[in-house]
Design a protein around this ligand. Structure first.
Ligand code: ZN
Length: 91
């Protein structure tokens, strides 16, 4: 049997990053989105959970509410940094 675990924060950051970037008129190309996601994930504590098929989804919504404020703050900071010095090619 394989070990099954994942970082919930990763899901929450990815789910919220693009919408927040668009709202703040930040470039949403793959390079910038990756930078925002990576930066944000480095600034929130990871929340690893063991996952078993079927058990995961019910738990997520609860966790999401609990950690959403931290995640939103981290994404805000990340967007600021990426907007100031985007690393994408060209432009
Ligand atoms: Zn970009």
């Amino acid at each position: 049997m394989a070990l099954e675990y994942r970082n919930l924060m990763e899901d929450i950051v990815v789910q919220n990053a693009i919408t927040m970037m668009q709202a703040r008129e930040c470039c949403t190309c793959d390079a910038c989105t990756s930078d925002v996601v990576a930066y944000a994930l480095n600034h929130v504590p990871p929340r690893y959970v063991a996952t078993r098929k079927g058990q995961m989804l019910a738990k997520i919504s609860g966790y999401e509410l609990q950690y959403k404020a931290d995640v939103v703050a981290a994404i805000c900071d990340a967007i600021q940094v990426v907007k100031e010095s985007p690393r994408h090619e060209g432009r």
